[in-house]
Design a protein around this ligand. Structure first.
Ligand code: TYD
Length: 142
């Protein structure tokens, strides 16, 4: 993403990335290595779980953070808005995930019972990295 202007971070940049799936009679094993399977160095991992039915998570963008989101268990949908168009990605397997570049408005919805979302981030937690005002987001993307 280096060298790209804010308005050039468009929908093409948010994408599903397939992960290795090593399966045998003992079960499956998938893996994520930074800069190999995902295009950033991992500074933080967090997970979202016990989401009550009908709840929405997210509802913000990040100035700098890039993320990779995997449904380790269950399913949920992520609505990505690049300021021009919206696209819904459904995550329901643990051998692929959604890469979300910086400056993408996201909402996570339709969490199934017992779903578990793993989120890998390119930055440490910083409340100042959040854009929580949609109008501010739109003005940055212009
Ligand atoms: P928030 O980012 O608002 O959750 P979501 O985007 O899934 O709706 O975070 C919820 C709370 O957790 C908020 O009080 C900030 C805190 N938090 C941390 O302390 N560290 C973190 O790395 C994250 C992602 C959140």
């Amino acid at each position: 993403m280096l060298g790209r202007e804010n308005h050039q971070l468009t929908m093409e940049s948010a994408r599903i990335i397939q992960l290795p799936k090593n399966g045998d009679r003992r079960g499956n094993l998938s893996v994520i290595e930074e800069m190999r399977h995902i295009p950033f160095k991992i500074e933080r991992a967090f997970w979202v779980y016990d989401v009550p039915g009908g709840e929405t998570r997210g509802g913000h963008a990040y100035r700098q953070s890039e993320e990779f989101i995997v449904a380790l268990s269950g399913s949920f949908d992520i609505i990505i808005d690049d300021g021009k168009e919206k696209h819904t990605f459904s995550l329901n397997r643990s051998y692929y995930g959604l890469y979300v570049p910086r400056l993408m408005w996201r909402e996570m919805v339709n969490f199934s019972t017992n779903s578990l979302a793993l989120i890998l981030s390119s930055t440490p937690y910083d409340a100042a990295d959040y854009i929580r005002d949609y109008n501010e987001f739109k003005s940055i993307k212009l």
